[in-house]
Write a protein that binds this ligand. Structure first.
Ligand SMILES: [Fe+2]
Ligand SMILES: [Fe+2]
Length: 300
């Protein structure tokens, strides 16, 4: 993003004290996961300090999201089966899902549908990288899918009048979300989301993937992750998993993000069957919905 765009975001949102921050448990888990000397025992000890987090991880490990045939009985087993990086992603996902749980009353912003869209994208993105042989992006693609549109919540909650103007432009003048945002704010939700991820000290490749999730060809260092999120977004909109009526006629095969994925995937000599993938999406989306309901469920 340009300096001007960054300044506009800083001026609009930078001084808001109630802007959500990641809970310290999530930050500590990220730090531990990134330290090569950490062990599963260290992370188990940390997670047990937050009993609600521990019980949610266990529920997710036993849900259709993973589909393990045997019951995972305790946190230690969950950590062993899932691994450190996977648990880090779950902790991050649960924390983010709970940061923005409450709706702004009467805003016309349906949080439930928003998170269904986000979790759907997360799971579709994860499945997409697995099916195209891009396994090294599997964990990050889920996190990015989950938070790619977080800028929209930031606009709704902290610049609400302009959010209503944006919705009005989309509904009355048939503008896309992006065009309406730029018309009203001079910046878009992808830039606002990446600005927030920067404040949360996310890794640079995730920050960049959020920024370019609508135009992955412009990304310099995170083209695959941006493309995967972009394509997952289109698949979810095609499946009516969108929290507001938007233009849905985007083609996959002509898409620049799809071409980037294809190019990288063919290097691995793997083929991908789009029709079969679309057919299987409902199952993937159902798994994602279970993930959110456990994450946002009561703390018992
Ligand atoms: Fe978006
Ligand atoms: Fe989206």
């Amino acid at each position: 993003m340009t300096e001007d765009e960054n300044r506009i975001i800083e001026d609009t949102f930078g001084r808001i004290e109630s802007l959500p921050t990641l809970p310290s448990l999530a930050l500590d888990v990220i730090m531990l996961a990134e330290n090569p000397n950490s062990s599963l025992a260290d992370i188990a000890l940390l997670i047990q300090k937050g009993p609600s987090m521990a019980s949610k991880i266990l529920k997710i490990a036993n849900s259709s999201f993973y589909g393990y045939s045997r019951k995972v009985n305790n946190l230690q087993s969950a950590l062993l089966i899932l691994g450190l990086q996977e648990v880090k992603n779950i902790v991050l996902a649960i924390s983010i899902l709970n940061l923005f749980k409450k709706s702004n009353k009467g805003s016309g912003f349906n949080h439930e549908l928003f998170w269904m869209h986000s979790a759907g994208c997360a799971q579709v993105a994860r499945s997409l990288v697995a099916k195209t042989g891009l396994f090294e992006y599997e964990l990050e693609s889920f996190t990015i899918g989950l938070i790619h549109d977080i800028g929209k919540i930031v606009i709704d909650q902290f610049n609400h009048d302009n959010f209503l103007k944006i919705i009005h432009l989309i509904q009355q003048e048939n503008l896309t979300f992006l065009d309406a945002e730029v018309q009203v704010l001079r910046v878009n939700h992808a830039q606002i989301g990446s600005w927030l991820a920067q404040k949360w000290l996310f890794p640079p490749e995730l920050i960049e993937a959020i920024e370019y999730h609508h135009n992955p060809e412009k990304s310099k260092n995170s083209q695959i992750l941006s493309s995967v999120t972009h394509i997952a977004d289109i698949f979810c909109k095609a499946k009516d998993l969108s929290f507001i009526e938007e233009f849905k006629g985007e083609s996959i095969t002509d898409n620049s993000g799809w071409k980037i994925i294809q190019k990288k995937s063919s290097r691995n000599n793997l083929r991908f069957d789009i029709e079969r993938f679309v057919f299987e999406l409902d199952e993937e989306i159902a798994k994602a919905q279970q993930f959110i309901s456990i994450s946002q469920g009561s703390d018992t």
